[in-house]
Ligand binder design. Structure first.
Ligand code: HEM
Ligand code: NAG
Ligand code: NAG
Ligand code: NAG
Ligand code: NAG
Length: 330
């Protein structure tokens, strides 16, 4: 049993947990950390020179963060003895990467304006920069998010979609976040950059839906190429490009889908289902339409919030130490 708490400790604890849905706005750090956006872009640029794929890997964070209890950097928390974080969840383990880029951004920001810029906002700024620096559209991001105090491996397992997913399942999933079919197809266009593992496609190469046969929608020459990259029983950590121009953010991804050259089942299925096929066809012909829809989708996805109490973490991998709450939980 915990001893009764002095009244002043209870008050402090209430103050700590009062935040809920916070208003987001462009230029949120204009006065408190005017160089924040410049610093984020600079670190992104440096890392992309070192390793071009880091742009894609960081941009993916926005999806995996925002879909699991809102854009609150919960996916950046390391496991603790009391909490299984999201890093080892089904979709993230051996797959999400470039966490150290976020650490580098955070360290620079903490030097310039300590305790000011949230990790959740860093993900949003860095994702935008990854797109711009890869040749994609630019847009103004809304900021002012807070970082979560917890993470949930279980929620990440239950929510994040499998590369086996079909368009029908994906439409239903995105609808739960008020993201339209058009938003979903445009956001899938993020696979215009980056790579995925053989692990994510061997089932469709050798045993689609348990049929013992390959997915019949894969274009034959592309299928040969994938078979060579990912032989049955081979190393499933080997990676392949998600589209034919994996460091350029463009509409090549959609052209590839039209040609039957989608890497993941969840990509190619967008051209199989009539509800999504029309958007794939549109985006494959009209890069501007893709860019506009993509920006709209990223902004909507960035608006997702958990409504739970938050803080500005000083290290994105762990919550700030909190003696009062530790006392309350004892
Ligand atoms: C529509 C449902 C989606 C599914 C089923 C899906 C699934 C996947 C899978 C399975 C991988 C490769 C994982 C691996 O093999 O290690 C991947 C990579 C990636 N995803 Fe998605 N994804 C989806 C939507 C999104 C969205 C909305 C974004 C961002 C806005 C995104 C951004 C990325 C990026 C950039 C990569 C490449 C990362 C890298 O090279 O490190 N994805 N996705
Ligand atoms: C799509 O996937 C879901 C879940 O795996 C499945 O129940 C459904 O039958 C599939 N839909 C079609 C039309 O293939
Ligand atoms: C979706 O929109 C409805 C109606 O505006 C709203 O009540 C609900 O909270 C929204 N859901 C999400 C996840 O934003
Ligand atoms: C294909 O998948 C089904 C169902 O998941 C499984 O029962 C079957 O053994 C698999 N076949 C091969 C050749 O791996
Ligand atoms: C992939 O590599 C990780 C370590 O990076 C290892 O733990 C895992 O077993 C490997 N997975 C496969 C499918 O080979």
């Amino acid at each position: 049993m915990s001893p009764p708490l002095p009244a002043f400790l209870l008050l402090i604890s209430i103050a700590f947990t009062s935040a809920s849905v916070v208003p987001l706005q462009p230029g949120f750090y204009a006065e408190t950390c005017p160089d924040a956006e410049l610093i984020v872009k600079d670190v992104m640029r440096r890392n992309m020179i070192k390793e071009p794929r880091s742009a894609a890997s960081v941009m993916r964070f926005q999806f995996h963060d925002c879909f699991v209890n809102g854009c609150d950097a919960s996916m950046l928390l390391d496991d603790t003895p009391n909490m299984l974080g999201e890093k080892l969840s089904l979709s993230n383990i051996d797959s999400l990467r470039s966490y150290e880029v976020i650490d580098e951004i955070k360290e620079e920001l903490e030097r310039v304006c300590p305790g000011t810029v949230s990790c959740a906002d860093i993900i949003i700024m860095a994702s935008r920069d990854a797109v711009v620096l890869s040749g994609g559209p630019d847009w103004e991001v809304k900021l002012g998010r807070e970082d979560s105090l917890t993470a949930s491996q279980e929620d990440a397992n239950n929510i994040m979609p499998s590369p086996r997913a079909n368009a029908s399942l994906l439409m239903d999933l995105f609808e739960r976040y008020n993201l339209s079919v058009k938003d979903m197809v445009a956001l899938s266009g993020s696979h215009s950059i980056g790579q995925a593992r053989c692990f994510s496609i061997v089932f469709r190469l050798y045993n689609q839906s348990g049929s013992g046969k390959p997915d019949p929608t894969i274009e034959p020459r592309y299928k040969e190429k994938l078979n060579r990259l990912c032989p049955l029983g081979g190393d499933e950590n080997v990676t392949g490009d998600l589209d034919a121009t994996p460091t350029m953010f463009d509409n090549r991804y959609f052209k590839d889908l039209v040609a039957g050259r989608g890497f993941l089942n969840s990509d190619q299925t967008l051209y199989t289902f009539p509800e999504t096929r029309k958007y794939v066809a549109l985006f494959s012909k009209d890069q501007r339409a893709f860019f506009n829809a993509f920006v709209e989708g990223m902004i909507k996805m960035g608006d997702l919030q958990s409504g739970r109490p938050g803080e500005i973490r000083s290290n994105c991998r762990m919550v700030n130490s909190r003696p009062v709450n530790a006392l309350l939980e004892a």
